[in-house]
Every structure is written in structure tokens, then in C-alpha cells.
Design a protein around this ligand. Sequence first.
Ligand SMILES: Cc1cc2nc3c(=O)[nH]c(=O)nc-3n(C[C@H](O)[C@H](O)[C@H](O)COP(=O)(O)OP(=O)(O)OC[C@H]3O[C@@H](n4cnc5c(N)ncnc54)[C@H](O)[C@@H]3O)c2cc1C
Length: 450
Amino acid sequence: MTADAVEGVAVAVVGGGAAGILAAIRLLDVLGAADRVEVVEPQGLLGAGIAFATDDPHHLLNIPAMMMSAYEDQPEHFASYLSQQGKGTATTFAPRFVYGEYLRATLARAVQSSAAAFTHRQQTAVRLQPGTGGDGVAIELDNGETVSTDFAVLAVGWGSPNPVRAPSRQVAIKPWSREGDLAISRYAGASQPIVVIGTGLSAADIVGTLARQGCTSIVAVSPSGTFPAAHPASLQWPDTGPTVARIAEASRASDLIHRTRAACAGGEQWQRVIDGLRGYLPAVWNNMSEVERARLVRHVLPVWEKLRHRMPPHTTRTIAELQANDTLSILRGRVTEHDAGRLVVETPSGPKTLNPVLTIDCTGWSRDPRRMGRGLISQLIDDGFATAHGPAIDLTADGRVAGPLHTRLWATGLLIGDQVWENSGVALLRRQAARVADSLREAAHAEGAR
Ligand SMILES: Cc1cc2nc3c(=O)[nH]c(=O)nc-3n(C[C@H](O)[C@H](O)[C@H](O)COP(=O)(O)OP(=O)(O)OC[C@H]3O[C@@H](n4cnc5c(N)ncnc54)[C@H](O)[C@@H]3O)c2cc1C
């Protein structure tokens, strides 16, 4: 417990994926005796969420352990955990489920060393509104019970996969869901074509899974027609020094590109520069006018996504081998029709028709806030307690949900959307978690919490 810890505060964290657990860990650190942190999460395993729930040891973190610590100021925290467990070192790309284990172990230690109480309520939150008499927050659960709390943190993630943007009677199967796992195992050993839409990191994992299950004809379709770049053979810590700080001072999108190119031309490993810049993204975003932000999203984001998403060496090798032995082919183009198992792909050389036995949609998740949190966010907006513009709910500068509940309600994780340009990696989630805990502690002090 820190010296200026507050007393007698109840906080509910809605959503127990990585963002929710990182926030709970930081909250336990700043709260004290008679305080309570309650995580509302329907999954039995905390810290799993979408990303770290897979139990396939071939589904690896796409970032080395050196960049996955739960604490920004203790970069070796996760690497030390791995080495204590005999599971790796700072340069290991660990299985994703191991990261879920790490989050749970870190939470357990935070619970042990905090005087505050911790509980996991294994339910889904269905409605959130002011508490009785306008005091605190009341969270209705799907079992009919209500959690009454002083403050709440929304960490519900994106939640729903992105629908393929094409007319469709047959919806493609999404990965990282029970439905997806069942479909993939049903077609184990298939020699007929299976289409994977997308060539991002999820697509790479799913292609590997299909091949390991004996599927021999996999077609990956995407407009770029390329899988992400590989990590460099010699992994280095991200550059967070003056070079990257100078890049981050750019107030125009074109200047950002210019400064980044200049830094890389000066001999810096480009991966170090990009990785270092990730920590500065909120600052970069805040430096820019609305016009420049739009330019950033339109011109820089697509390139950024390719550069910052990198495949672990094992996955890179797998993709190369599958292409070499003709198990995997890549089709550059955009799906324009997807109907009852028939796909039309608009390629540079004209339309091409595919008739796969199975289509797996790896194009990502919906950014519509109304689709997040299994109805909770939609309800919050309809009840007038939150607003949304584009892909994010509206927040104040310190991470509170703008609106009538801003003294009581914070948000973190994927739900924040593009408000900070790019926020899906642990490096940013842990920073948001610290910000939420600090801001919430200040709010509790300000109102002289019991
Ligand atoms: C396949 C994949 C691999 C990734 N790999 C990496 C990586 O290697 N390194 C990295 O830094 N980042 C990685 N990421 C990105 C990022 O770290 C994760 O997406 C991150 O785990 C997001 O956490 P989250 O808690 O915001 O969302 P989620 O993981 O979606 O968790 C949200 C949680 O909220 C719960 N929930 C939703 N609605 C409600 C409700 N109404 N009531 C209660 N609970 C609710 C859900 O059950 C879920 O557990 C990866 C992402 C994916 C998808």
C-alpha cells in the first residue's frame, strides 16, 4: 500500500481481460484496508480475454517478453517470471496462455500484498447507472443481482468480431471463439480449399492451426497479400531515448513520417524506433490538430499497422514452409461477394471465384462501441451516460467516461478505440491502467472518501 492510500473505497472493474486485470493490479496497489476491488467477468479465467485464452502452445505472443511486462517501470518483470518458471528469457515469444498465467500470478501477488479486499464476480454486467440517491454506481448483473460501488472502470474490450464487408447469406466463421474452434476441428484433415480472410497475425496463427490439423489447401486473401514482417534476428530493447522523443514532437503527419525515416536512415534499427514510438502514441495524437489526426489515420495508420505487427520467428518459419510446400497460397484482393460458400475476390487481374468448404474471417473486431460489452455500452449510451463518436466512447483527458457519470466512471483497454490512435498492445494497456488508478485515487481523495 502506498503512503497516501485512500480508505473505504469500493471499485468495480467490468471486464477481466488483460486491460481489466492490469487496472485491478494497479488499483490494489493504491487502495488500502477497508477498500474493495471487484472484477465482474463471466469467464472463469481472469486475464484471458480474447487474446490470452487460447490453449494452443503454437499461438505465441507476437512481442518478445522484454516488452510485455505488466509494469512500465519494471520492464524485466515478465521476463523474470518466465525464467523463474523455466519457460524462457527476455527474448522469448511465449505461448499466449502463459501470458494469461503471468497476469493471474501478478494479480495474486498484488492481492496478497494489498490490504484491500479482492473478489471476482463471475457474471456479465448488463446495465450500469447511478446508485440509489445518485450516490456511486449500481451495476446490474445477468443473474439479477446488483453490485453497488463508489467507482467503476469499464474494460470490456471490443467484444464482437468484424463482419466481412460483403453481401452474405453465410457468415464466415470468426477465430478465437468456440464457434471458430469447433469449425476448425470439424474440417481437420480437409483437402478441399479453406479460405482465411486476412493476412494479419490472427490469420497467421489460424493458418498454422489448420495445417497442423492436416488441412492441405489453404488460401489466405487480403488486399495487401502479405503477412506481417518478421522480428529482427537480434532483438533489441525499444528505443525510448531522445531520438524517438524528437520524432514524437511532430505535429503534422508528414513530419512524423519524415522524422521516422530520418532516424532509421541514421542507422537505427527500424523495429527499435517503431517499438519505442508506441509508448509515445498518446502524446503524438495529442500534439495533432483534427486535420492532422485524420491524415494520420488515413495515410500513416495502414503502414504503421504493417510495421508494428510482427510475426514471432516460429510463425514466420511456419508461413514460409507452408507456402513452399503449396499448403498455403496467398491471393491479393478484396472479397466483394461471399454467399453460401462461394467467394468472389476482386484481384488486380480481375475477379476470381473460390468455393471453399470453410471460410474463416480474420479481419479483426468491430470498432462500433455499441457492439462492445455484450450490450452494456449500448445501454449506457441509450441511457444518456456515455456518448460515442466514430470508433470510441468519449473520454476526458484522464480516462473518465465523459458525461453525467464522469466523477464515477473510467474506461480502459480496447474500448477506448482510436482515441489514442492505437491502443491494443500491453505496452499501452499497462499505461492506461496506471492512469486510471492514479486518477481514481485522486477522485476518491477529492471527495474525502470514507
Ligand atoms: C489474438 C490476439 C493476440 C494478441 N497478442 C498480443 C501480444 O502478443 N502482445 C500484445 O501486447 N498484445 C496482443 N494483443 C492485443 C491486446 O493486448 C489484447 O487484445 C488485450 O488483451 C485486450 O484486452 P481487453 O481487456 O481490452 O479486451 P478483451 O481481451 O476483449 O477482454 C474483455 C473482457 O471483458 C469481458 N466482458 C465483456 N463484456 C462484459 C460485460 N458486459 N460484463 C462483464 N465482462 C464483460 C469479456 O468476457 C472479456 O474477458 C493480441 C490481441 C489478440 C486478439
